[in-house]
Design a protein around this ligand. Structure first.
Ligand SMILES: [Zn+2]
Length: 560
């Protein structure tokens, strides 16, 4: 299938939207890193030893290795800000003048920061800047001339990480002895100490920049992402990076990912074929089918193939077919020894977000996103269906209870209680789901909301999500549709896979659910723990509070 070449999101007009994106992101120019412009640091327990309500500069002690670590960030061109809750001001434990003296001492020890953002309030004040509210992160990004999604925040407690995620920034937790175990379990990115956090920030930033060119001109690139819609959507930024360096991009996907593949910018042509070593419910291997796939891949005439996989999937069976199809340059992530099947064998540590993991493979193959194309999920505008007119104004809340894997679905009873609580709080709720989830969506919508079960295909769902104030959803495809539209997510995230890899990417998010239940990291498709406790213990009022944190208004209109 040859797709519309006039699409504004296609790479041929990349410069147009690149300019638009750049306009909103300061004047850092084309030398900046792909992922981050700035690092935001919590103060007490992260930069300096925590001395409760300290107003005395003499008592300031930096944490080990802080100065050298911060200087590495400065040398890499990253801007630095401190974001700190100081309720001691509200409580009268120290004065503003004493606090400024403490901060002057911090800069003597650790060097200059580009901005200091302080919340002077107490929990009782209900301000929007006291972490876990995202106000300080928004303010810091503004003051540094960037956006929250181009910031990474380092802190020592759950409040720090929550504030980062709610603003759409990345959050690194550096636990101290006072950090609670459930905060460590819930964090998607954990480092042992500040120097280790800095090392990984710089490593991730470096990993998505190609060290060498693709090793020759790339007229046609074959990119591969089998598996489901969500997998295909999170690979989108990497496919755009390949598209920026190739004249033509052919995507091989599986039937489960086809609808998502149709939504991706940068793809010129799609080949759909199930891969029995990837599919979760595989049919027996059909030798004739494999022979015809090999012939079809050979007919693509690709100069280069980039095979994207999840960490538990193998790229090697396909690499063998690609070799038999005569493709000369093949890149893939493989911990297994590839022999002569791969030209570029890439390795990635666990815990890296899937979009970055894929971008780092594209970089290893010589490709990077063009300047101004942010490393966010995107959809082709022309592929997203118009939203049905009978849904009213934008700003509603989409509640999507289902998932292809039941372990990652919201229990129907809980979803119904959430629908009731949201409606009672003044939100307009649209309940979405596939045709075979209609029983659940009807039951949930009966508790409050409009039942759209079975009414949408993926493109139709993308249109509905794009006009939502927020989406309440488990770890499944629509969470990534929301990320692609920049719509905030309340993530009811079952910990069967790591949140840091599969959580909504670079979009304001509140994570709910118990991250420390025994299903953690099992990758189970069906919950192995009676009662599905990771999600079933969520209180519907937590969802209402999450929407408040994400500044989603309940008046029905607007909300964004
Ligand atoms: Zn405040």
């Amino acid at each position: 299938m040859r797709q519309d070449q006039e699409d504004p999101y296609q790479r041929r007009s990349a410069r147009a939207y690149a300019a638009a994106d750049r306009a909103g992101s300061g004047s850092l120019g084309s030398l900046r890193g792909v992922l981050y412009d700035a690092v935001l640091l919590d103060r007490d327990g992260t930069l300096i030893e925590d001395v409760p309500y300290n107003g005395d500069p003499e008592k300031v002690r930096s944490v080990p290795g802080a100065r050298a670590a911060l200087d590495r960030l400065r040398a890499a061109g990253l801007r630095l800000a401190v974001v700190t809750n100081q309720s001691g001001l509200a409580r009268g434990y120290f004065t503003g003048e004493q606090m400024r003296a403490v901060h002057a001492r911090v800069e003597e020890l650790l060097g200059r920061f580009d901005a200091w953002l302080v919340c002077p309030h107490d929990d009782a004040d209900g301000c929007d800047c006291r972490k876990p509210a995202p106000g300080l992160v928004h303010a810091a990004a503004r003051e540094l001339g960037t956006t929250p999604s181009r910031c990474v925040l380092v802190g020592d407690i759950g409040r720090d990480v929550a504030a980062a995620l709610a603003a759409g920034a990345a959050g690194v937790l550096v636990p101290t002895p006072v950090t609670r175990p459930e905060e460590v379990a819930a964090a998607g990115w954990v480092a042992n100490d500040l120097p280790a956090a800095v090392e990984e920030i710089l490593r991730r930033q470096e990993a998505v920049q190609p060290a060498t060119p693709p090793g020759g001109p790339v007229r046609t690139a074959l990119v591969v992402r089998s598996d489901s819609a969500g997998d295909v959507l999170v690979t989108g930024p990497a496919i755009r990076a390949v598209a920026a360096g190739a004249q033509r991009v052919v995507l091989l996907c599986g039937p489960r990912g086809r609808a998502a593949a149709d939504l991706l910018p940068g793809v010129d042509e799609i080949i759909e074929h199930p891969l029995p070593w990837i599919d979760p419910m595989p049919a027996p291997v059909d030798p004739e089918g494999m022979r015809s796939l090999t012939a079809r891949l050979g007919a693509v005439g690709a100069d280069q193939a980039v095979v994207f996989t999840s960490f538990h999937q193998s790229a090697l069976p396909l690499a063998l077919l690609l070799r038999m199809a005569g493709i000369g340059r093949i890149a893939a992530i493989s911990d297994d020894y590839p022999g002569s099947l791969l030209d570029i064998r890439h390795r990635v540590p666990v815990g890296v977000p899937e979009p970055e993991r894929a971008l780092s493979l594209a970089a290893a193959a010589g490709h990077r996103l063009p300047d101004g194309d942010e490393p966010v999920l995107r959809l082709r505008r022309d592929a997203v269906a118009p939203r049905p007119a009978d849904l009213g104004d934008p700003g509603y809340v989409v509640l999507h209870p289902g998932s292809a894997a039941s372990s990652r679905a919201c229990p129907p009873d809980l979803a119904a209680r959430i629908a009731g609580a949201l409606t009672a709080a003044g939100h307009r709720v649209l309940v979405t789901g596939s045709a075979d989830e209609r029983g659940v969506t009807a039951r949930v919508a009966a508790a409050g909301g409009t039942d759209l079960g079975g009414r949408t295909d993926l493109a139709g769902l993308a249109a509905i999500v794009a006009d939502a104030g927020a989406v309440v959803v488990g770890n499944t495809g629509p969470a990534h549709l929301a990320a692609a539209a920049g719509v905030p997510v309340v993530s009811l995230f079952a910990p069967t896979v790591p949140f840091g890899q599969w959580g909504p990417y670079r979009v304001p998010t509140v994570r709910l659910g118990d991250a420390a239940t025994p299903c953690r990291d099992t990758r189970a498709a069906n919950c192995p723990v009676p009662g599905h406790p990771c999600l079933s213990r969520i209180d519907p009022d937590e969802v209402v509070d999450a929407l408040r944190t994400l500044a989603v208004s309940s008046g029905g209109g607007g909300g964004r």
